[in-house]
Design a protein around this ligand. Structure first.
Ligand code: G3I
Length: 366
């Protein structure tokens, strides 16, 4: 498989960090640390992913940082995080023209203290918009100017601190038509290209993504993004990646042709990321459901690993202790690879095994 410079630059940062630590006489990285019984500690998911040139991350919401046991494990096991809520419009511009980055900065500071990269989420979405915006009766020009001002301020504030931005989140319906959000209804579809251009103007280096759920399979919704991104690229609009959220549910079936779907987006010349992975089930969980869930986590991980430009995987939280699912889908849950007590579930082992196989293959090739 040809390795791109981008890939090489992503490979081996764990190895480099370990070498640098040795040179500086510092303690070795946790993966190389001997346990009390003399056994080597298992490598973390991110250390394994890093050996393939990818990251493995988990989203986090601000209140969860107060759970120190949870926050410490997040900081040691993962290499990337996404702010679950605190970079959304209602949090960052609660009053027109008044920006508040307190909560988002808390996530960035935490991430920096643990050495995690940060995905910015999200510059525009139809949910979690402030009342002043949704209750206004804006002309197209007015809303365009509000959107530009929001994007410019938020991206400028986080310049150099986030590596990816979900510029536009969930802008398509299931049938592949544009979602009739406030931006579409007021401005028309051109808001998407404009949003990407304004984000690029504010930070030339951050990777700009479109992001959505139910786009993991080949189908009307992912087709719509494929067509849109192809056209944006042809028009010279800055779009760098496509985020597949991957909020999956055992009862809904595994997304068909996931790997092929990731590949066709990569073939457009963009990156792909799995951005919000979780796999819920109807409660109570049992051994069979947990085994099926593990199989799916393994399949998603291998699908990403099979595509050169699939740059990483982020789970939407990592433990059943903190998850959005029970609140949104009553009677469902148990969606994450760690249980409420922060113990590994079979899903963890499946992810680890998939990453480990790819890491060993990568090691042999270099
Ligand atoms: O901030 C208020 C707080 O003031 C109030 O006391 C409390 C009472 O319920 O609610 C708080 O707001 C909640 C917010 O999370 C912050 O915690 C909302 O009720 C709650 O609905 C909101 O849920 C978030 C959801 O997006 C909103 O749709 C979830 O935490 C967040 O994980 C979820 O994330 C989305 C991604 O952004 C996009 N993809 C889907 C994903 C899951 O829905």
């Amino acid at each position: 498989m040809p390795r791109t410079p981008a890939h090489r630059s992503r490979v081996g940062s764990a190895a480099l960090a370990a070498a640098a630590a040795l040179l500086l006489g510092l303690a070795p990285a946790p993966a190389a640390q001997a346990g009390a019984d003399g056994e080597k500690a298992a490598p973390t998911l991110h250390e394994l992913a890093d050996r393939t040139g990818r990251y493995f991350g988990s989203a986090v919401d601000n209140p969860e940082l107060a759970d120190t046991e949870y926050a410490n494990l997040l900081g040691s096991e993962f290499g990337q995080t996404t702010a679950g809520n605190s970079m959304k419009w209602d949090a960052t511009e609660p009053r027109r023209g008044e920006f508040d980055f307190t909560q988002g900065d808390e996530i960035v500071n935490y991430a920096q203290s643990k050495g995690l990269s940060v995905r910015g989420h999200t510059l525009l979405w139809h949910q979690q918009l402030p009342d002043w915006l949704t209750s206004g009766n804006w002309t197209a020009d007015e809303l365009r100017s509000l959107l530009k001002n929001h994007i410019t301020n938020v991206v400028t504030h986080y310049k150099g601190k986030v590596v990816h931005w979900d510029v536009a989140n969930e802008i398509m319906n299931e049938d592949g038509t544009y979602r009739e959000n406030i931006f579409y209804k007021t401005i028309g579809p051109s808001y998407v290209a404009d949003a990407l251009r304004w984000a690029r103007a504010a930070d030339p280096d951050v990777k700009l993504y479109l992001n959505d759920y139910n786009v993991e399979a080949v189908g009307a919704k992912s087709d719509a993004y494929y067509t849109l991104i192809k056209r944006l690229k042809a028009d010279g609009v800055p779009v760098d990646g496509f985020g597949m959220q991957a909020h999956l549910a055992l009862q809904n079936g595994f997304p068909n042709q996931l790997r092929q779907n990731i590949q066709r987006f990569a073939d457009l010349g963009i990156d792909v990321a799995i951005t919000e992975l979780d796999i819920r089930m109807i409660l109570p969980s049992d051994t069979a459901k947990l085994a099926r869930q593990a199989d799916w986590y393994g399949q998603v991980t291998r699908a990403c690993l099979a595509v050169e430009r699939c740059v990483g995987i982020t789970t939407w939280g990592y433990s059943d202790r903190h998850s959005w699912i029970p609140g949104t889908f009553p009677g469902e849950g148990a969606a994450l690879p760690w249980d409420e007590n922060l113990r590994h579930k079979p899903a963890y082992d499946a992810i680890s095994a998939a990453l480990s196989a790819a890491a060993k293959k990568e090691d042999r090739q270099h």
